[in-house]
Ligand binder design. Structure first.
Ligand code: COA
Length: 184
């Protein structure tokens, strides 16, 4: 149970050795321009401002930003559910990546898990987004299943990934694309 968290903390330390500690705080309306700039530089199909605002108007939706020297360098949008947190959108400025900021933001969520008695963090990641898959795998997430044709904008599948405080990420469902690849 504590193992996975300990592993993540260890990684956080090593990443932070190379980077400064970011300030992580709630996203407020006047952050939106900077958040949209990061969003547009990160995704082929970025959320619009209206999509952000629509999401953040939901009572169970939270936005956070990471700042370095009062400059926003990353953001995360997530939903609160009874037993889990679900990451909906998450990005770090392209010029600040691989400096531990993403890890600090995920670590902040992991810390919330124990406080709020929620046990899991889940998310969907595009099958072509290998960088994010590697990032989340490195942060203790495990792929649980493939969601076929998950997106409206492309024919891509999604990987459903989960971080669990129970220490068992679960097994990747049988019959998914990776097992087909292994069998070939
Ligand atoms: C995914 C993302 C948020 C990671 O943020 P980050 O601040 O760069 O991540 P970190 O510096 O904390 O990376 C921690 C570790 O994750 C792994 N990792 C992160 N990015 C990686 C990459 N591009 N390739 C391989 N491994 C990577 C590495 O193990 C890294 O440790 P290292 O740098 O010591 O090797 C960032 O790449 C991003 O904004 N991507 C575009 C948006 C996106 O895909 N969001 C996720 C949608 S589901």
């Amino acid at each position: 149970m504590g193992l996975k968290k300990a592993k993540l903390s260890l990684h956080t330390e090593s990443a932070q050795n190379a980077a400064r500690q970011a300030q992580i705080r709630w996203l407020i309306r006047r952050d939106m321009d900077e958040v949209l700039t990061i969003e547009r530089s990160s995704f082929e199909f970025p959320w619009t401002e209206e999509e952000f605002l629509c999401c953040l108007r939901q009572r169970n939706c939270i936005g956070t930003v990471a700042e370095l020297d009062h400059e926003i360098v990353g953001f995360m949008i997530y939903e609160l559910h009874q037993s889990m947190l679900r990451i909906l959108n998450f990005s770090v400025s392209p010029n600040i990546r691989r400096q531990g900021i993403g890890t600090q933001m995920v670590q902040r969520l992991v810390d919330k898990l124990s406080q709020q008695r929620r046990r899991e963090i889940v998310l969907e990641v595009r099958e072509t987004n290998l960088n994010a898959q590697l990032f989340f795998a490195n942060s203790g997430f495990r792929a649980l299943s493939v969601l076929r044709n998950h997106y409206d904008d492309t024919m891509e599948d999604a990987y459903y990934m989960r971080y669990s405080l129970n220490g068992n990420g679960g097994n990747f469902a049988e019959g998914n694309r990776l097992s087909e690849y292994d069998a070939a």
